[in-house]
Ligand binder design. Structure first.
Ligand code: SF4
Length: 184
């Protein structure tokens, strides 16, 4: 009788799964994101809510918030990035090991938000590469979870096997830091 099973069947496959390296690596990575909570202002409260029981970010395997860059692979920038903090944000990002991703949470982290002032960086993507932007002031925890799911989709499409030797991320920009204080 013809086997119509589409799923893995140990009796047929002999306990061997044939797949692509990218599929395995990406599957592991997307379900084990360890965030670095870069809470800089009010958006961080919504980030905390996303980790609490009502929204429960652990449903997506992301509850292991890490405050050490050695142990994190996804920086969630939640709040206003001032020039005073920009160098710190970038240094922590650079201390994170590859592969790593960045989520800009909220209007301030994405664009500077309402703060068009000499003290506020007009988007954290001026100093580090951002993978997903979250709109809103503040975005609700559901919006952050939606962004994290989009990040999972993005990780799932990466050419990870090829990137094991040459990471694809663009080098962080330096011009914004050099221009600190020149915003009008
Ligand atoms: S986007 Fe709104 S809630 Fe978030 S840090 Fe800026 S001002 Fe605060």
């Amino acid at each position: 009788m013809q086997n119509t099973n589409l799923a893995y069947d140990s009796k047929v496959e002999g306990e061997i799964i044939v797949t692509q390296a990218d599929a395995v690596i990406n599957w592991i990575r997307k379900h084990s994101v360890w965030p670095m909570p870069m809470g800089l202002a009010c958006c961080a409260i919504e980030l905390m809510a996303a980790g609490a029981s009502r929204f429960d970010i652990s449903r997506f395997g992301m509850e292991v918030m890490r405050f050490s860059p050695r142990q994190a692979d996804c920086m969630i920038v939640a709040g206003t990035v001032t020039y005073k903090m920009a160098e710190v944000v970038r240094r922590i990002y650079e201390q994170m090991a590859e592969p790593k991703w960045v989520v800009a949470m909220g209007a301030c982290a994405s664009t500077g938000g309402m703060y068009r002032s000499y003290a506020t960086m007009q988007g954290v993507d001026r100093i580090i590469p951002v993978d997903v932007y979250v709109s809103g002031c503040p975005p609700r925890p559901e919006a952050l979870l939606d962004a994290m799911i989009k990040l999972q989709d993005k990780i799932g499409r990466e050419r990870s096997a090829r990137n094991l030797t040459a990471r694809n991320h663009q080098p962080a920009q330096t011009a914004a830091l050099a221009g600190a204080g020149k915003e009008s």
